[in-house]
Write a protein that binds this ligand. Structure first.
Ligand code: NCD
Length: 472
């Protein structure tokens, strides 16, 4: 499929072959940086940054300048009509009329999807809250490929804030797409969200083995792996080796260690104290074991305290290269989405991941996404945005918001068709009851809580007390 006029909101928007095509064009452009000045001549890129940024904004803008295009930008969130309560949809329509392509960073998860729905021009997600940051992932993958030639079968350790790190979430799915194995080393309390793990296993295959049974002191010394994702293409599939030994895995060498800072700006008030329980600083001492001899030390930057400056001159340190490669990568991406260049997608490459076609939850308006950072629950957006969910699992019933992709398990359900008593006598039942599991997706009405069901005129039914997961 041609790249022209497409948006990049999540890393799933590009197939492996398309990612390879971006890399091939980035290689070509990196070789002849000063000969790209006519590629996007006359095109305008709107750069809208509603959160702080150094690398992402400047590299997008520099990339567009190198392509001979023009840039209009917002780099101060308080300078737009958003502060007057303007919706993202209205802003998107206006900016889409002024520019040929839009790059947006925003604190709300799913914001880039909303802008893509309304702008009428390609939109690139430069980070939406704690959700995704697909262009950082392109820089990360490009760097690993340049240094190791392949991603398949590699062992990549993710370190730090795996809960709120948007670069982490995009990278997890990308690594799985390309058949890499992942070691998870979260700061205490900042583990990968369960909805990300569930999507990883159900949509990308492979398995996640956790170390939850292991005492803290016995855990791999200063290298606190709490889980490992084993790709389905791996030679030691978990199906064959049920108890994968993480110590053995570590000893065979780690190809890359991807360090991240704590995303303190996204912590809830209860999470404030988490910042104090940090992982050890990644420094030469931590990496002196044999298995880190050739490890690429990566970081999306900015760093705070988690990565020692002494690694800057170490040949394993990759973070400045990652940032520098943002220019050719973003030049390639902009020129492809604007249709100024054609991508050479390898003929034999597999197409996009076989993402599962989940049934849609068709009664969205009464149910709201429980993620307070989701774009669909913000005051300026609820006036026009219909909440939308996919039914990603029936047992336990799990819905996924189409904007922020958070998965959640509503506790109660009702049917738009089957009623217990007389018509109009609306009853709700436990989502874990067998009654609930028999409902067809078209008739399913879900409630997050009993109070929500009652507030919409429903009364408890015969199976309302059934505990979740236990059939009646
Ligand atoms: C990251 C981001 O904004 O998500 N930075 C970047 O774009 N390179 C990482 C971070 O802020 O920690």
């Amino acid at each position: 499929m041609s790249f022209k006029n497409r948006s990049l909101v999540t890393i799933d928007d590009l197939s492996n072959g398309e990612i390879e095509a971006v890399f091939a064009l980035a290689d070509e452009m990196a070789e002849s940086m000063d000969r790209q000045i006519d590629v996007c001549h006359g095109k305008i890129m709107a750069s809208l940054f509603f959160e702080p940024s150094t690398r992402t904004r400047l590299s997008f803008e520099a990339a567009m300048h190198r392509l001979g295009g023009n840039v209009i930008s917002v780099s101060d969130a308080t300078s737009t009509s958003q502060t007057k309560g303007e919706s993202l949809a209205d802003m998107a329509r206006i900016v889409g009329a002024y520019a040929d392509i839009v790059v947006i960073r925003h604190p709300w998860e799913g914001a880039a999807q909303v802008v893509a729905n309304y702008a009428g021009v390609p939109v690139i997600n430069a980070g939406d809250g704690g959700h995704q940051h697909p262009t950082q992932t392109l820089c990360d993958l490009y760097t690993i490929k340049k240094e190791r030639q392949t991603l398949e079968g590699l062992k990549i350790a993710l370190w730090g804030d795996l809960k709120y790190g948007r670069t982490i979430h995009s990278l997890i799915f990308a690594l799985a797409k390309f058949g890499a194995n992942i070691l998870f080393c979260p700061s205490p309390g900042l583990e990968v969200p369960q909805h990300v793990i569930k999507k990883l296993i159900t949509e990308y295959g492979g398995e996640v083995e956790t170390t939850s049974g292991i005492e803290d002191e016995e855990r791999l010394g200063p290298f606190p792996v709490d889980a490992m994702y084993v790709t389905p293409s791996s030679s030691h599939q978990l199906a064959m080796v049920p108890d994968i030994d993480l110590e053995v895995e570590l000893n065979t060498g780690v190809d890359a260690l991807y360090v991240t800072r704590s995303q303190k700006e996204r912590f809830t008030s209860d999470e404030g104290q988490l910042a104090k329980k940090q992982l050890p600083v990644v420094d030469k001492k931590l990496l002196e074991r044999d298995q880190f001899k050739r490890t690429l030390v990566m970081h999306p930057l900015p760093r705070v305290d988690e990565l020692a400056y002494e690694l800057d001159d170490d040949p394993r340190g990759m973070y400045f290269k990652q940032a520098a490669r943002g220019i050719p990568i973003r030049m390639a991406l902009l020129s492809l989405l604007l249709g100024s260049r054609e991508g050479r997608v390898p003929n034999d490459s597999d197409s996009a991941m076989p993402l599962i076609a989940y049934p849609e939850y068709s009664r969205g308006s009464a149910l709201t996404c429980p993620n307070p950072s989701c774009v669909s629950v913000q005051a300026s957006e609820i006036k026009y945005l219909e909440p939308e969910f996919k039914i990603v699992n029936r047992d336990p019933l799990t819905l996924r918001c189409v904007y922020c992709e958070h998965g959640f398990e509503p506790e109660y359900v009702a049917s738009s068709e089957r009623q217990e008593g007389s018509p109009g006598d609306n009853r709700y039942q436990s989502a874990g009851s067998r009654w609930a599991r028999k409902l067809s997706p078209e008739n399913l009405i879900a409630f997050n809580t009993e109070a929500e069901a009652r507030s919409q005129g429903y009364k408890p039914g015969r199976y309302a007390k059934a505990p979740n997961n236990k059939g009646l």
